[in-house]
Design a protein around this ligand. Structure first.
Ligand code: FAD
Ligand code: NAD
Length: 551
């Protein structure tokens, strides 16, 4: 059984006190942690008040349940009685009440699309929204269509196209043994990171990241294909080719039939500021959501997960391990620099999801070597909190066990490196993880770079991740300086001490030249990052020169 401490939660320094975009979390009462909620859902208590019955809910009925002690919320067509969950909600009761008696899908997607509400709230499920016959008819018509390379464009996606990037499209062609699906993104900055492909049995899914949108191809293939496939990108024309191998060398009359949300352009969560500002698109997203609701598509804009196998686990420090996960052969996924994924595991019957930032397997061995195009492995540096919920469970996994890994998220843009001269990295604890790929990329791919300085904050020497690798790298490449700062050193430590402070930063953050192009990246516990950003602003770094990593 997990040992959940009984102090106020989230713990005062916990990342869980603030969520994405600086959204404040409220302190939860004793006995109201996530683990306590899981226990309550397993207790057999009737949490819906319906004694296990599932009902069809009309819009009129939903509206009536709009009080704290009788609060129903609809998320993607499913209605939940969230009253029992109020006191356990890290964002507080008021945030939940914003969606009381109504459809909370949009609000939910803005705040925490990655949270696995279906699993967390399954004991609170009241039922489904009643179907609007007209909309259901449209959906079935769409389902029955077969794809012969002509695109069935819905009204919604057409309208989005007017506001979003130039509308992408796809096509397919075949030889005796191969089927090639070509995606025309109409963008030139496309690379192998921009496309995520998963196929399982006859279901084929390709997500293409095009600026702040995601273009989804989702097809039930008409014939069987082999597990492995290849992906090619023709950057000059923004074309992506996915080459599938037929199982039988027969000619296909059509590619397949459209599955959920096929051929649509969806605003990405990281881009929500952009799209929420755009009322025209927003209006159409609302229309689109209606379709989702009445067609019961639970993960339409949710993150897609695939099962990855644990290949190795190595101790890096006394509490931090390097996990290596292998992607399924039927997946193509490369996590872009500065982005994270979510790992999902069932914990006592409830699926729990937490974000982690992939790193390269080692700071040195991959340094100055090109990243393999079809990299099948993802590495993570993960600190195990013995009193935490997720990491002890992760640590208990055996080699060969599976973990679900989401598609990547994050708002770091590689264009920030263009013409960059000075790069400063401020990392605390596992906040070092995004810096690993950044360091690697900056030192190999940015010709304009003059200096990289990493200030790495830890409690003690034993907590420093990859210390000797960092020292060796700094020795090999004179552009790199590394400074370790300890907040709880043992007496013989000769280096810098203390927490992030004006004195430490003003001495460290010296530009090479007065007008050099600078970027400062900062990542660590929330109070560290928030304080750091304030200090950087005080030191006259502009918003564009600072990138802070948060959820
Ligand atoms: P939690 O259950 O969240 O506990 C965290 C701390 O709070 C522990 O000290 C625990 O003892 C304490 N606590 C828990 N319950 C209570 C309670 N009831 N009362 C008081 N205290 C309590 N981490 C990494 O190691 N590597 C990464 O690459 C990484 N990347 C991240 C990327 C992003 C974008 C974000 C936001 C976070 C990232 N993290 C990373 C942190 C990670 O997501 C988790 O927060 C972390 O692993 C802790 O999860 P946990 O469930 O084990 O611990
Ligand atoms: P830790 O508790 O070991 O602390 C490391 C250092 O952070 C300390 O030595 C201190 O210098 C500084 N620090 C800690 N608390 C502080 C406070 N209240 N004010 C100022 N400075 C403080 O760190 P950890 O346990 O390794 O935690 C790392 C944190 O980084 C987690 O909260 C994790 O969620 C976060 N993280 C975020 C991302 C991301 O957003 N992309 C990625 C990885 C890790």
């Amino acid at each position: 059984m997990l040992n959940v401490p009984s102090q106020s939660f989230p713990a005062p320094r916990s990342q869980q006190r603030v969520a994405s975009g600086g959204r404040s979390k409220v302190p939860l009462k004793q006995g109201r942690s996530l683990m306590d909620w899981i226990r309550l859902t397993k207790s057999g208590k009737d949490l819906t008040g319906l004694k296990g019955r599932l009902i069809e809910v009309t819009e009129e009925e939903l509206k009536k349940h709009n009080k704290k002690d009788d609060c129903w919320i609809c998320i993607r067509g499913f209605v939940y009685n969230v009253s029992p969950y109020m006191e356990y909600h890290p964002g507080g009761e008021d945030e939940l009440m914003r969606a009381a008696g109504s459809d909370g899908t949009e609000l939910f997607d803005q705040v925490h699309r990655w949270v696995n509400y279906e699993s967390m709230l399954k004991e609170c499920l009241v039922g489904r929204m009643a179907i609007k016959p007209a909309v259901l008819k449209d959906y079935r018509e769409e389902e029955n269509k077969v794809l012969n390379g002509m695109l069935p464009k819905s009204q919604v996606t057409d309208t989005l196209a007017k506001e979003g990037p130039s509308y992408p499209s796809y096509d397919w062609f075949q030889t005796n043994s191969l089927v090639t699906i070509a995606i025309y993104t109409k963008q030139k900055d496309i690379n192998l990171d921009s496309i995520i492909v998963d196929h399982q049995d006859d279901s084929f899914r390709a997500e293409t990241i095009i600026k702040d949108f995601l273009y989804l191809i989702h097809i039930g293939l008409s014939h069987e294909v082999q597990e492995d496939f290849s992906v090619r990108v023709v950057e000059s024309v923004g074309k992506i080719e996915i080459v599938l191998k037929k199982k039988e060398n027969t000619s296909w009359d059509f590619l397949g039939h459209p599955l959920e949300n096929h051929n649509s352009l969806i605003p990405r969560k990281d881009a929500e500021d952009t799209y929420m500002k755009n009322s025209y698109i927003r209006k159409n997203i609302n229309q689109r959501r209606e379709t989702f609701i009445f067609t019961f598509s639970p993960n339409v804009v949710g993150l897609y997960y695939r099962k990855c196998q644990l290949i190795s686990k190595e101790n890096v420090t006394h509490d931090t391990r390097l996990f290596c996960l292998m992607l399924p052969p039927s997946t193509h996924l490369q996590v872009p620099i500065g982005q994270h994924v979510y790992l999902k595991l069932p914990i006592t019957g409830t699926e729990i999801v937490k974000p982690y930032t992939p790193v390269s397997g080692s700071l040195l061995s991959e340094f100055k070597e090109p990243v393999l195009p079809n990299n099948k492995y993802i590495y993570f540096l993960i600190k195990i909190y013995h009193t935490g919920l997720f990491t002890p469970e992760l640590d208990r996994l055996q080699i060969g066990d599976f973990v679900s890994v989401s598609s990547p998220e994050g708002n770091f843009k590689i264009s920030k490196f263009q013409e960059l001269e000075d790069l400063f990295l401020l990392a605390a604890g596992t906040g070092f993880t995004p810096m690993v790929k950044i360091l690697n990329y900056a030192l190999t791919d940015i010709p304009s770079l003059r200096k990289v300085k990493l200030m790495f904050f830890n409690k003690t020497e034993d907590d420093i991740i990859w210390r000797s690798q960092l020292e060796k790298l700094a020795f090999k490449d004179k552009r790199l300086d590394v400074e370790f700062v300890l907040s709880a050193p043992v007496s013989e430590w000769n280096g810098k001490q203390g927490h992030i402070s004006p004195a430490l930063l003003s001495e460290f953050l010296k530009r090479n030249l007065d007008k050099s192009k600078v970027l400062v990246c900062i990542c660590g516990p929330v109070p560290f990052t928030e304080q750091g950003v304030r200090l950087l602003q005080d030191l006259n770094f502009s918003k564009n020169e600072i990138h802070s990593f948060t959820a």
